[in-house]
Design a protein around this ligand. Structure first.
Ligand SMILES: CCCCCCCCCCCCCCCCCCCCCC(=O)SCCNC(=O)CCNC(=O)[C@H](O)C(C)(C)COP(=O)(O)OP(=O)(O)OC[C@H]1O[C@@H](n2cnc3c(N)ncnc32)[C@H](O)[C@@H]1OP(=O)(O)O
Ligand SMILES: Cc1cc2nc3c(=O)[nH]c(=O)nc-3n(C[C@H](O)[C@H](O)[C@H](O)COP(=O)(O)OP(=O)(O)OC[C@H]3O[C@@H](n4cnc5c(N)ncnc54)[C@H](O)[C@@H]3O)c2cc1C
Length: 775
């Protein structure tokens, strides 16, 4: 018998004669068949194999004492993950029912009712009033109360309580069902309780990850509001708002998502019958991706190229019934279904749609921006880009959604880092919280600062959007180009950086960050498509760059610019880096000047290069393509500057206690200087700063990490995410990460049966075969 086998015999079987361990078969044949289902002992609700049921009385008492000590350590939050694993292992030695009962009730699988002292310690040291900051984020103390009232109402529903487990362990189909249930429940509550739009928005956000019918409020209703005539709204918008019809926004095709002029779905007008005939004539024209289309919706706004008498009139929206209102089967001529499993959980049933000579009445073209008369004459009432209005709205929404996802992620990362202890800093001291390591702070705090930056900046964008939308609704399109630039830029900046930071935070959680139960892994997969949907990041940055180059050209002719590009018409000739000492690096106004100069230089250089290339005879499209990377660089610089400016302005105008302002100022300064260190090459190359200033900035970065560290838990607590919204075993408010991890593992369906069917099907025959084999 090899050493390993001997050890196993000693550990698992003590002086037992009945060894069922197959590895010992040659020397100690089992005295019961391998399939025998003998009496089982339960530890923490987990069935234990029969061979672990034998220990001597002596072992029993010793193990009991050890476990009681461990138990006290767990309670005090002193046990490492490894020790708990050992503790679980120790339990396997115990046979005594009494000892087992004690263990199962106290040590493992039971989540303590108190907050982990390591987390409490962090809360006790906060320099500011967390509730005050929560109120600021919610928009006032009364709004916090409103949110909490809705949380209480929604999360007391057992179906919502089950949601995190389904999210962690369910199949895609189960998860989809759960999200349909969640959406329909919220829709019903909205009607029954006559929620205002604001209340409903809060309710939707609480359930954050996954709304099967999200597109109803995300794009279908907004699409009808923006693209339909008053008459059409009276007919369909009311039905949609009452949930009598469920819809989606079907624009993207297999072959084209970005290039809308390339859409191949056609809506051909037939003046004889006064109908449009909709077709997806080629494989590349199949509608592909629309959310809620796969299984949920019965109607869709279908975007198609309008064709009248053989002439194409660009992309226009059409109202199409796709499934029967009685049995939900596809309408004649329609083929519709799910596009297949995706990365992570299926938060929505994304679908495909094939239209084969579908006839719809002329009145089903959504005609707010363009009309087709019965005889087939076409009248445009607004530029074709007016049909992009729904996308602009969603881009604004996704900027804010980035805050929601990132603030959840960083809550998990920071809380976990405050309860996780690993390695040694001072060899004489206890293992420190991993939050003490400067490198850990460097992984977490850029995400923390970004979450706040995105919050304030997306709030400012939303206000600008509301203002501009009112004007656009009244036919004044003057603000549209700037709104397009800002919404495209913010959508790209927020989703792109949010995803990057979430992945860094996930890695900062070590191995547990890879578990679905951590909540952070799931957030990364939910965040991943956000950089693609509603305008892919690069494509959106290029729209910003296009606007910047145009505005730069205007400024070059002496035009005084306003709005988000005002800095392009300022006189930068006498620029000198405004940082004269290390202390200046905390001055937000000076940091903003540095950012503004960096963008100005980046935009002017690429604009001048474009001009040179074109003047040298290069075709315009070629010159653009040759400079795309620098155009994106200019757009990113513009967006970073805008966000730094918005964050700083929001703090300046904030009514709050000096302590809260101080904590936010530190974070804002960190956000600004982190951006400089990350892109120091650009800042140096444009001479926005010099080498000495960069050294000051880097030194300050270290100082700020330490300053933020002491308030880190308070800063994430201020987001005030409910544990059910977080769905995280390691980031819950009480910080009982290990107990929750273990508890979560017990719920895994794989643990429902002691022996998995695959054992009988494959493993047992294999082992038996191996045991019979000669060699
Ligand atoms: C839902 C959440 C909301 C919250 C709800 C409730 C909240 C509760 C929270 C609960 C959880 C929710 C989570 C969300 C889940 C995710 C859902 C994801 C759904 C995703 C749905 C989709 O994914 S849906 C498809 C999106 N699909 C695109 O996004 C196509 C991109 N592609 C283009 O957008 C154009 O194709 C592109 C490139 C611009 C070129 O446009 P183009 O073809 O016209 O060509 P050009 O570039 O030549 O532009 C010509 C001129 O138009 C100007 N211009 C261009 N766009 C303009 C515009 N929008 N407005 C004004 N002007 C515009 C431009 O600036 C030029 O102006 P100029 O000539 O003066 O320079
Ligand atoms: C989860 C999810 C949900 C979605 N929901 C919907 C929905 O409800 N309704 C709907 O209609 N659509 C939906 N979509 C589709 C989505 O809007 C598109 O996928 C998105 O607009 C990107 O388009 P694309 O897939 O064609 O990417 P592509 O344009 O093919 O992008 C591929 C690459 O090409 C590059 N590229 C493309 N064009 C240019 C250019 N001009 N210059 C430089 N680089 C370029 C991009 O930068 C990218 O790197 C959804 C997609 C996802 C993933």
């Amino acid at each position: 018998m090899g050493n390993r086998c001997r050890l196993r015999t000693a550990i698992c079987h003590g002086n037992s004669r009945r060894c069922g361990y197959p590895g010992l078969r040659a020397h100690n044949p089992p005295t019961f068949p391998i399939t025998q289902r003998s009496r089982r002992t339960y530890i923490c609700g987990v069935k234990q194999p029969p061979h672990c049921q034998m220990t001597t009385h002596k072992q029993d008492a010793g193990a009991q004492a050890t476990q009681m000590n461990m138990l006290m350590d767990i309670k005090r939050g002193r046990l490492s993950h490894l020790s708990i694993t050992r503790c679980v292992f120790n339990q396997l030695l115990i046979k005594s029912g009494r000892a087992l009962k004690k263990m199962s009730n106290t040590a493992v699988g039971v989540i303590p009712s108190h907050v982990n002292p390591d987390l409490q310690e962090e809360r006790d040291r906060a320099s500011f009033n967390v509730t005050e900051l929560t109120n600021i984020i919610d928009g006032g103390a009364e709004k916090t109360l409103l949110r909490k009232r809705l949380e209480k109402l929604i999360f007391s529903d057992p179906d919502f309580q089950k949601f995190p487990d389904i999210q962690t362990f369910g199949t895609n189909s189960e998860f989809y069902s759960a999200t349909v249930l969640k959406s329909t429940k919220l829709f019903k509550l909205r009607r029954e309780l006559k929620w205002t739009d604001e209340e409903f928005d809060i309710a939707l956000r609480l359930g954050g990850q996954g709304h099967a019918l999200g597109l109803q409020h995300g794009m279908f209703i907004p699409g009808l509001e923006r693209l339909a005539t008053e008459e059409q709204k009276a007919k369909w918008l009311t039905l949609a708002k009452q949930y009598k019809i469920i819809g989606t926004y079907a624009q993207t095709e297999m072959g084209h998502g970005t290039y809308l002029k390339g859409l191949e779905t056609t809506a051909t007008y037939d003046p004889k019958t006064q109908e449009f005939i909709l077709n997806t004539p080629k494989i590349s024209s199949i509608k592909w991706w629309p959310g809620s289309l796969g299984k949920s919706t019965n109607h869709a706004i279908v975007l198609a190229t309008l064709v009248i008498k053989g002439k194409k009139y660009g992309m226009h929206p059409f109202f199409v019934q796709i499934r029967s209102m009685t049995d939900h089967t596809p309408m004649t001529g329609i083929k519709v279904g799910e596009i297949g499993a995706r990365m992570g959980r299926m938060t929505s049933d994304n679908g495909y749609l094939i239209l084969n000579n579908i006839r719809i009445p002329r009145e089903n073209m959504l005609m707010k921006n363009a009309q087709v008369s019965p005889d087939g004459s076409f009248t445009a009432k607004a530029p074709n880009q007016a049909n992009y209005a729904t996308m602009v709205m969603v881009r604004v929404g996704l900027s804010y959604y980035s805050y929601q996802l990132l603030s959840r992620g960083v809550t998990i990362g920071v809380r976990y880092s405050a309860v996780r202890r690993q390695s040694k800093l001072d060899p004489k001291e206890r293992e420190p919280k991993i939050l003490e390591y400067q490198t850990q702070q460097y992984k977490l705090f850029p995400g923390l600062a970004l979450a706040y930056a995105i919050f304030f900046s997306s709030r400012s964008l939303r206000m600008k959007y509301m203002e501009a939308y009112q004007e656009i609704k009244n036919g004044n399109l003057q603000k549209l180009p700037e709104l397009h630039c800002e919404s495209a830029g913010m959508k790209a900046f927020c989703t792109d950086n949010m995803l990057r930071e979430l992945e860094i935070i996930r890695q900062s959680c070590g191995g547990h960050g890879y578990l679905n139960a951590s909540g952070i892994a799931m957030l990364v997969t939910i965040a991943a498509p956000m950089v693609t949907v509603e305008g892919e990041t690069t494509v959106m940055y290029l729209q910003v760059a296009r606007y910047l180059v145009k505005r730069f050209a205007n400024a070059s002719t002496g035009q005084q610019l306003d709005g988000c590009t005002a800095y392009l018409s300022m006189d930068h000739a006498a620029y000198m880096c405004p940082l004269m000492s290390e202390d200046d690096c905390r001055n937000m106004s000076r940091l903003c000047d540095i950012y503004s100069y960096r963008v100005y230089m980046t935009v002017s250089r690429v604009a001048k290069q474009l001009q040179t290339d074109i003047m040298n005879g290069m075709p315009q499209h070629f010159a653009f393509n040759k400079n795309l990377v620098n155009l994106v660089r200019a757009a990113k610089a513009h967006c970073y500057y805008s966000v730094v400016k918005d964050f700083s302005k929001a703090i300046q105008s904030m009514q709050a206690s000096p302590q809260t302002i101080k904590a936010l100022k530190t974070l804002c300064c960190f956000f600004a200087i982190h951006g400089i260190t990350e892109e120091s090459g650009d800042f140096l190359e444009t001479e926005s700063i010099g080498l000495e200033q960069l050294q000051w900035i880097k030194r300050l970065q270290g100082t700020l990490l330490a300053e933020i560290r002491s308030d880190a838990v308070a800063l994430v607590d201020a987001f005030d995410h409910h544990d059910i919204s977080l769905s995280s075993a390691i980031g819950s408010y009480d910080g009982n990460a290990y107990e929750r991890l273990f508890d979560s593992a017990q719920k895994d369906p794989m643990n429902k049966e002691e022996v998995h069917p695959s054992y009988f099907q494959y493993l047992r025959p294999f082992i038996q075969e191996m045991n019979k084999a000669k060699l």
